[in-house]
Design a protein around this ligand. Structure first.
Ligand code: NZQ
Ligand code: ZN
Length: 390
């Protein structure tokens, strides 16, 4: 087992009605709040009014319209400007992962004198960031329990994961009832994203039973409850189990003691959503089976067998290669059963820019280092993209 040094400072307040603690939580910070949110779902579910009611008396400045795959320009830049102009004390993010990710970039940029892009691209390390509190309305990314944020810059086709330990949310409110209104498309995409976070960490050379067990439990939970949540959007247990499982995706706990994997599917997907602004979880679901087929070999076979037997319930007496094939098929069939489009063409991506994307991915990520579970030179990335087309 590898050594590890683990720190996860976010206070998580989970369950129906926990929002009543919002005033007490916000009182720890100063009175000036930047309230960040997306395209209006929080108004439709009554959460906007509730937050305003609970925080009556505070000075609230708003940044709305944060899009899925949040954009540096205008959202991050506008948020930084508002924080500086109004001397904001704390950011309250209300929405999905996109709103929270954008808020994290704003939190860092607000206390930096230069161009916030310097921070996102690690040219400069943030010395301080504004505190962040979030109320999640969509279960998927795990942003509520991690230090990462993913920001897109349209003009350069960049979508960059910005990990800054100062950006762990101080407090995350997770009330599963706020996710009742998430439609089937985003429920499914959220589950596919969360499952992929687990698999990115499960497929590694050196692993341990604690990490494996944790990963397998999360996958089984998501596989069990996703169809229920899609069929019965107001089923509290389903939404709660999914929200709880999603929380663990990206804060490192699933990989403690493991060797690095490199998160290849995320690296590939981020290019897809940078170039075509597709839904992150859908891009991952499309890529996953093709990446799996690409990496299946003698060296990786046992990981597929563990996944197949322990998660998908495949008969352990079958030949290992058969188990591996069935595992890949089960993964693909499951995503399809949730209604996720399973080809690039279905989400509006054709062959035109595949080579350009493969090159872009290879330039941004070291896919050939010794540390990686399965090295992917540029032609292999391209071949995964090509096989995902139809
Ligand atoms: O904008 P609004 O009106 O709020 O609508 C949103 C949006 O259209 C809607 N929605 C959210 N809560 C809702 C709701 N609709 C009805 N009822 C509700 N309660 O859902 C749509 C998608 O929202 P978004 O925030 O984009 O989804 P998600 O939470 O999946 O976030 C995706 C972003 O997170 C990044 C992705 O790359 C993508 O940019 N990721 C962040 C990670 C992290 N910070 O750790 C890790 C992930 O791997 C991922 O890369
Ligand atoms: Zn993800």
């Amino acid at each position: 087992m590898k050594n590890f040094d683990y720190y996860s400072p976010t206070r998580v307040i989970f369950g129906q009605g926990v929002i009543e603690k919002l005033p007490e939580v916000m009182d720890q910070f100063g009175p000036r709040i930047l309230l960040t949110y997306g395209g209006g779902s929080i108004k439709r579910i009554g959460l906007y009014d509730k937050v305003k009611e609970l925080l009556a008396g505070k000075e609230i400045i708003e940044l709305s319209g944060i899009e899925p795959n949040p954009k540096y320009d205008p959202s991050v830049l506008e948020g930084v400007r508002l924080c500086k102009e109004h001397k904001i004390d704390v950011i309250l993010s209300v929405g999905g992962g996109s709103v929270l990710d954008c808020s994290k970039a704003i939190a860092a940029g607000a206390l930096y004198d230069g161009d916030p892009w310097d921070l996102i691209t690690y040219k400069v390390k943030a010395k301080a960031t504004l505190p962040i509190v979030d109320i999640m309305t969509l279960a998927a990314t795990g942003s509520e329990y991690d230090a990462g944020g993913v920001i897109s810059r349209t003009e350069t086709n960049d979508k960059i994961g910005y990990i800054e330990p100062l950006n762990f949310p101080r407090v995350s409110f997770l009330d599963p009832t706020y996710t009742f209104t998430v439609n089937a498309k985003h429920t499914a995409a959220g589950v596919a994203d969360a499952m992929n976070h687990v698999m990115e960490q499960y497929f590694c050379a050196e692993h341990n039973m604690v990490a494996d067990g944790f990963c397998e439990t999360l996958l089984k939970t998501l596989i069990h409850w996703a169809p229920v949540a899609i069929k019965e959007p107001h089923n509290y247990e389903a939404r709660a189990e999914i929200m709880y499982a999603c929380m663990y995706g990206c804060n490192g706990i699933l990989a403690l003691g493991n060797s690095q994997s490199g998160w290849p599917m995320h690296a590939i997907e981020h290019a897809l959503s940078a170039y075509y602004d597709i839904t992150h979880g859908e891009g991952l679901a499309i890529i996953t089976p093709h990446w799996m087929r690409k990496i299946l070999c003698d060296r990786t076979l046992e990981r597929f067998v563990s996944l197949g037997v322990n998660v998908w319930g495949i008969d352990p007496k079958l030949p290992k290669q058969v188990i591996a094939d069935k595992t890949i098929q089960a993964t693909s069939d499951f995503f399809k059963s949730l209604g996720i489009p399973m080809t690039l063409r279905e989400v509006g991506i054709d062959e035109k820019r595949l080579a350009e994307m493969a090159h872009h991915i290879r330039e941004q990520f070291d896919f050939e280092g010794d540390n990686l579970y399965f090295p992917l030179p540029e032609p292999e990335i391209l071949s995964i993209l090509q096989s995902s087309l139809d």
